[in-house]
Design a protein around this ligand. Structure first.
Ligand SMILES: *[C@@H]1O[C@H](CO)[C@@H](O)[C@H](O)[C@H]1NC(C)=O
Ligand SMILES: *[C@@H]1O[C@H](CO)[C@@H](O)[C@H](O)[C@H]1NC(C)=O
Length: 686
């Protein structure tokens, strides 16, 4: 089982020691990642051989049940698997032994768990970046993977690029040209070539449901001989040195798997024949092939009548019309989503990731500490809820569940207290009156005339179960989409957005008596001003607006003095860019926000559903300088808030009653329902 490259890997692991962080008093940023707190992913495998009766115990868990583990790949010539894990507050790549028989005894399970606790990452922690889709070259000397370590030169361009690290020395080289992004690399069986999905020089134009990529092939050793091999395709996988499977969303609306013959000559790499393998009528995507399993390709599917993403194997050896399909995961776990198959080099097993199931894994995290790239003056946390905000003494956090609003102690003690059960967003605490939280109640993402009103919720006592102490006061009356309240630090005013004029603009009203106590208009124009935040020094109101291109869906961050003067734009992520949810730093000198500034970092169809998978968290000085990316993942990060209270950088657990926390939705655009294929093409997910 031991192979020559393991020594090299151990040496590489020694290079990867965590860098100590220096924290000063810049407070804490807390944000949400859609669904991510409930991804209990581990990597599993099943026999590849088509069989109607899968014996009990045939499914093996290959990863250790710690954190979130996904996008596995077998290491060539061994029983080891490579995978992505989010343990320790940052994505990294790991290698661990893959059990070749079920862990049968409790003792073995314990041994496996203790070995797992000492798993070392294959790459250094710094720079903090997304690391994804690992492969090893056949001799085990080089790790080939995606990383977002190096910023793109232009806003709204992906930082994802393919790198190769020599494991014995740590020497790393970028294989993707500067100015280009690459996703989903696959190393050919000989190791000579790597295929990627790339938007090419055209870049990313905001796509989510159908990432517009082409397949390029280049030399794995140095990125040279880069050539466009297949127009319109993603997620390549090599069956042999000249055959690549990939997926494409066809013009009939269905994701389908294709096979291409690639011809490699001294001068060029080019596609020969390209043929569609899976017919219209169901979605098939993220194919995996292997020289060890000639004539077979594993795919993920979404079929009519199934709400779940399953792994199937297609026997493509019989010629076009004779393709045979075999269910792999459905007989074992019918009501679970399975992602991103990969085949062992000997062709015996197919791997994938899914929820590890109930009664296993970490205790639920209320606040997950996330490592920050570069010098840190604040700490960063992901919270298991949306629109979080801290009470001004730092002791409590309010957040929403869409629906529902909750308050928890920021140290994780005590229970989650439900203070409102309807749909409410966002949350912000009064600076002077203790236990008063502003929010707006009604549907989110609604039109100007939708009934939404700003309210103040008073918590009254601290008693977890005492609902009677909670009171609510309605501050706006018209119900014309009055939302996003943010109070002034002197406790006198609340700024909010309202659709009362037929457009969403900003207004300021009396904090205690609401509109009845006085209201004035702050901004005016036929566009949308929204998501406002009042600075702690009282001088500025930051907000998101599409005033540069009304109705386009493009939002940028603006600031204005509360008296209406000094309006300026702070951050704009380029044409069509989306930059939202600004929140001031405790010293009022910078803002935290969410943006598509770094585009997407992976093919969205390879993940659970994210409305805006390009959302990452950034900070910027209020003069627009020094844009700094804080998060690196392929999920939707949003709704950040910043508090002067400094939360120690360590995970904060929470006592939740329910088990079986793993819960998320598959990509909405794959939902089939009773739609005809034509409707699917135009169906919008959000
Ligand atoms: C990484 O995470 C594991 C599991 O959560 C933990 O046991 C270990 O101490 C952490 N290591 C570092 C360096 O933080
Ligand atoms: C508006 O407010 C800003 C910031 O407080 C102040 O500097 C400016 O003088 C004010 N302008 C007027 C016309 O009141």
């Amino acid at each position: 089982m031991a192979t020559p490259f393991l020594a090299a890997l151990l040496a590489a692991a020694l290079l990867a020691s965590p860098a100590p962080a220096v924290y000063a008093s810049g407070g804490t940023i807390v944000f949400t990642t859609l669904g991510r707190s409930r991804y209990e992913f581990d990597i599993f495998s099943l026999p590849l051989a088509p069989s109607p009766n899968v014996p009990a115990g045939a499914e093996l868990r290959l990863t250790d049940g710690v954190s979130v583990n996904y996008n596995g790949n077998f290491a060539p010539g061994s029983d080891f698997i490579l995978f992505v894990s989010e343990r320790n507050g940052s994505l990294n790549l790991y290698l661990s032994p893959a059990p070749s028989a079920a862990v049968s005894s409790r003792r073995e399970a314990l041994e496996a768990a203790s070995a797992a606790a000492t798993l070392s990452p294959l790459l250094p922690w710094e720079p903090i970046a997304l690391k994804d889709r690992p492969s090893l070259t056949p001799d085990g000397s080089h790790l080939v993977y995606v990383s977002t370590a190096i910023p793109a030169a232009e806003p709204r361009s992906s930082w994802a690029a393919v790198y190769s690290t020599e494991l014995s020395t740590g020497r790393t080289r970028r294989l993707t040209p500067v100015g280009v992004a690459d996703f989903s690399p696959a190393v050919s069986p000989s190791g000579e070539w790597t295929a990627v999905a790339s938007p090419g020089p055209a870049g990313w134009n905001g796509e989510v449901e159908d990432l517009r990529t082409d397949i390029y092939v280049f030399r794995t050793s140095d990125g040279s001989r880069r050539s466009l091999a297949i127009h319109d395709g993603g997620w390549p996988s090599w069956a042999d040195e000249t055959t690549v499977f990939f997926h494409r969303r066809d013009s009939d609306g269905w994701y389908s798997v294709y096979r291409a013959k690639i011809s490699v000559t001294d001068d060029e790499v080019a596609a020969g024949s390209v043929e569609r393998i899976t017919p219209p009528g169901f979605h098939a995507f993220t194919p995996a092939a292997s020289p060890g399993a000639p004539g077979l390709v594993a795919v993920a599917t979404r079929r009519p009548g199934s709400d779940y993403r399953h792994i199937e194997v297609i026997d493509v050896s019989g010629g076009d019309s004779k393709n045979a399909y075999f269910e792999v995961t459905k007989p074992v776990a019918p009501s679970v989503h399975h992602f991103n198959p990969f085949i062992s080099p000997d062709g015996v097993r197919v791997g994938y990731h899914r929820c590890r199931g109930s009664g296993n894994g970490d205790s639920p995290l209320l606040l997950e500490n996330i490592k920050i790239p570069g010098p840190d003056t604040f700490s960063l946390f992901r919270i298991d809820g949306s629109f979080p905000s801290f009470s001004h003494d730092g002791k409590k956090i309010a957040f929403v569940g869409l629906p529902g609003m909750y308050v928890v102690n920021s140290d994780g003690s005590g229970a989650r207290r439900k203070i409102f059960s309807g749909n409410a967003f966002p949350t912000s605490w009064d600076w002077k009156r203790k236990g008063v939280i502003y929010t707006s109640i009604g549907p989110d993402f609604a039109s100007e005339s939708t009934e939404v009103d700003v309210v103040a919720i008073s918590l009254g006592g601290d008693d977890d179960d005492d609902e009677s102490s909670i009171s609510m006061k309605k501050l706006t009356m018209g119900g014309e989409n009055n939302a996003f309240p943010s109070p002034s630090p002197d406790g006198k005013w609340v700024v909010f957005r309202s659709g009362r004029s037929g457009h969403k603009n900003l207004y300021i009203m009396d904090a205690e008596d609401g509109e009845a106590g006085g209201i004035r208009r702050l901004t005016e124009g036929p566009w949308s001003d929204t998501m406002c935040n009042w600075s702690p020094d009282g001088e500025w109101i930051a907000f998101a607006s599409d005033r540069h291109d009304p109705g386009s869906g493009s939002f940028a961050i603006y600031m204005v003095h509360p008296n209406g003067t000094g309006l300026r734009r702070v951050v704009h992520s380029g044409d069509g860019g989306r930059t939202n949810h600004p929140w001031f730093s405790p010293d009022s000198k910078s803002l935290v926000f969410t943006s598509d500034y770094a585009a997407v970092s992976a093919e969205p169809v390879s993940n659970p559903h994210h409305y805006q998978p390009y959302g990452e968290i950034y900070t910027v000085n209020i003069d627009g300088s020094n844009i700094r990316r804080l998060t690196h993942n392929s999920f939707e990060d949003g709704t950040p808030a910043w508090t002067p209270y400094f939360l120690e950088p360590q995970d904060v657990g929470e006592t939740l009653q329910s088990s079986g926390r793993c819960a998320f939705e598959d990509c909405h655009w794959l939902n089939i329902e009773d739609a005809q294929p034509q409707e699917l093409i135009y169906g919008k997910s959000c």
